[in-house]
Design a protein around this ligand. Structure first.
Ligand code: PFF
Length: 448
């Protein structure tokens, strides 16, 4: 592909699939469920839903718009648009922090992707068959306590990501997303069905949707907003990079709605599948990052056909993680490739190796470095918390402020096909409600 003529998606459908492939990942199943559990349930879920709708949607559209108008990697796109609208070059920082966030996130994401691979293998060998809660917990504890095993699977996951990105076969994967994403949804529904048979489904429903507002704190609201950014792949440069391959004819608002609904449905299904199992087995909802790895194997190990279902589930989860991880490495590679003399393969290897090395620090925080704390957090939690609660919201804030305040209002309204009434609504949300929402959550958590 020439470096001068920027490529385009082959069809609108491909774009929707790629964006959904990036959005739907470990964030929906692994991270959503453990964050809900740690944050005490429904109040978190409802704030998260509000953040997705009021903050996530406009920022998703803003990021695509920046990519489409800039026709370049996130940093260059911001530079180009800032100069053509008479703004300072400092706006490029929005692109820079996006690429930085992508880099940091992928390092710990790959560790969890490795867990998913490990669980796929163990489902085949029947490790979980007939096990009780204690022994499933012990298997997970054993994994966390073995840096060598964690390293092996983190390396395997990262190697897969590098291999796919280096070959540039993302187009082929989009074809696979078309079949595997629906398969994942079906499987999640089957698991929700299993949850209903545990006798604790009502409890799970109440946990997820009947809020105890009294327990809500600034930190929980901040975590819910962070989850909204994480799950929609916002503030990571991904959606900007994807927007740069976007044709003029794609309806941004409509597409954003489709991607967001799909992403949210999968997360809610994950919660409805996992919490009945948690309550039925007397497990702790606040278990932390291991939640799905100590609950789902228990269900698979004790249901008919569980071996096949477990294998399918962890395979699909790994696949969802891969399509997301590829989308994270892509902007980094796009940036290095367009800015340096490195070939695509070399750029991918260099970026991937750096991510892999940082991932080693993340995986050691579960064992040899578990006492090593910065601001009271181990390396893994620090990477996760710093990116999702600070870097992603700030990058997203930069994107929405730029689009809503610095770009020509009439041209934005025309690009979004807004009628007079909806134009007012869009600008009220994009100029005031979404940015103030992000700022308010920040201030609130600082005070709270
Ligand atoms: N939206 C992705 C998810 O929910 O899993 C976020 C993401 C994280 C994408 C890490 C890519 C990635 F490497």
């Amino acid at each position: 592909m020439s470096k001068l003529v920027h490529a385009q998606w082959s069809s609108k459908m491909t774009f929707v699939l790629a964006a959904a492939g990036s959005a739907v990942g470990l964030g929906n199943i692994w991270r959503f469920s453990y964050m809900v559990g740690e944050s005490g349930g429904a109040a978190f879920v409802l704030v998260y839903l509000a953040c997705v709708a009021v903050i996530g949607l406009p920022i998703l559209v803003a990021e695509w718009m920046i990519g489409r108008r800039g026709q370049n990697n996130p940093v260059n796109a911001m530079l180009k648009l800032a100069s053509s609208s008479g703004q300072t070059r400092a706006w490029a920082l929005v692109g820079v922090s996006g690429v930085l966030a992508a880099f940091l996130i992928l390092s710990f994401y790959s560790v969890i992707g490795g867990w998913s691979l490990y669980y796929t293998l163990n489902s085949v060998t029947g490790t979980f068959t007939g096990q009780d809660a204690d022994s499933v917990g012990a298997i997970f504890g054993g994994l966390l306590g073995s840096p060598g095993v964690l390293l092996l699977w983190h390396t395997a996951f990262m190697a897969l990501v590098i291999w796919i990105v280096a070959r540039g076969v993302t187009k082929g994967l989009e074809g696979a997303v078309r079949t595997l994403m629906p398969a994942l949804v079906v499987l999640m529904i089957v698991l929700v069905g299993y949850g209903m048979t545990t006798g604790h489904f009502g409890e799970a429903l109440a946990f997820m949707f009947r809020p105890d507002w009294g327990a809500l704190s600034g930190d929980i609201v901040l975590a819910a907003m962070g989850q909204a950014f994480f799950t929609l792949s916002l503030g990571m440069g991904i959606m900007m990079a994807y927007g740069s391959y976007l044709g003029e004819d794609v309806n941004l608002l409509g597409t954003a709605r489709t991607v967001i609904i799909l992403d949210t449905v999968i997360a809610l299904l994950a919660g409805l599948a996992i919490f009945p199992i948690v309550f039925a087995n007397g497990l702790s909802a606040g278990e932390g990052p291991g939640l799905i790895f100590v609950t789902l194997p228990l269900a698979f190990g004790n249901m008919t056909g569980g071996m096949i279902l477990g294998l399918m589930f962890f395979l699909l989860l790994t696949f969802a993680a891969l399509t997301s991880a590829i989308s994270l490495l892509e902007p980094v590679v796009e940036f290095v490739e367009e800015r340096s003399p490195l070939t695509r393969v070399m750029a991918t290897l260099a970026g991937g190796a750096a991510v892999w090395a940082l991932g080693i620090a993340a995986l050691m925080s579960f064992n040899v470095w578990d006492e090593f704390l910065i601001f009271g957090l181990n390396v893994f939690d620090l990477l996760d918390t710093f990116t999702s609660t600070i870097l992603l919201p700030l990058t997203g804030l930069g994107a929405i402020v730029f689009v809503a305040w610095c770009l020509d209002r009439k041209s934005v309204a025309a690009e979004l096909n807004l009628s007079a009434g909806s134009e007012t609504l869009w600008f009220v949300v994009a100029r005031y409600i979404a940015p103030l929402g992000v700022i308010l959550v920040f201030v609130n958590s600082l005070l709270g």
